[in-house]
Design a protein around this ligand. Sequence first.
Ligand SMILES: *[C@@H]1O[C@H](CO)[C@@H](O)[C@H](O)[C@H]1NC(C)=O
Length: 225
Amino acid sequence: MSTLVFLLSLLALGSGAPGVKEVVESLKVDNGLGRGKWGSVDLCPSGSYVFAFEIKFEPAGHVDETAMNGIKMYCKDVTGTLTGYTISSEGVEGEWQGLRSCNKGEYLQSLRGNVMPEQGTFHDDLGMYNFQMNCSDGQTLDGLNDTYHPPAQEKNEIKREILTVDGREMEAIFLTTKITDDGVWSSWASCTGNNRICGHQSRVQTNSIADDAGLCDVIMFCCSF
Ligand SMILES: *[C@@H]1O[C@H](CO)[C@@H](O)[C@H](O)[C@H]1NC(C)=O
């Protein structure tokens, strides 16, 4: 599914929007969830690149937790002038966590996402939990900056046992609670050479009647400079 959407986005890129010629690569996280809808391909204005980002995050304590609900990436041009931001799509829950910015003159080149595995039918799916990006000088920026730690995931396990009561066999069902692992980091995906990240597309599940997972997957684009 994501492969198809990815091909469609490349077609969209070929259709003549400004800045199109500079996009030379796309980066994917290898653990995205196939839920929700892809937003539009959102690129920095032509000739600019991403130097900072922030994430929208809903902390634990809600009936339907969604963790990450969006990524905003800030663009500037080679003179250092802010030229805007890319957002693609955004879930309704959570708060923006504040700008994580590279040092002056540096730019963003690589990314990885922390994803909570699918929790099954009766458990709350969170989708993407955190996001990290590396700057051209090697600095790692963290979307949450250690503000929130992933909650230990509780999972109920059903155990069945046959009991004999007054000579009659009965099935007894026990619920045991097991703490499972935290989220899993994807591999790093990186622009090659001097290419710089210059836009993104995000997949978000929000406002549905079912269990929402917030931001579930992201593709980033590299431009040549
Ligand atoms: C990003 O930085 C971390 C160290 O902060 C490093 O372990 C990782 O390999 C870097 N990733 C890339 C793609 O450079």
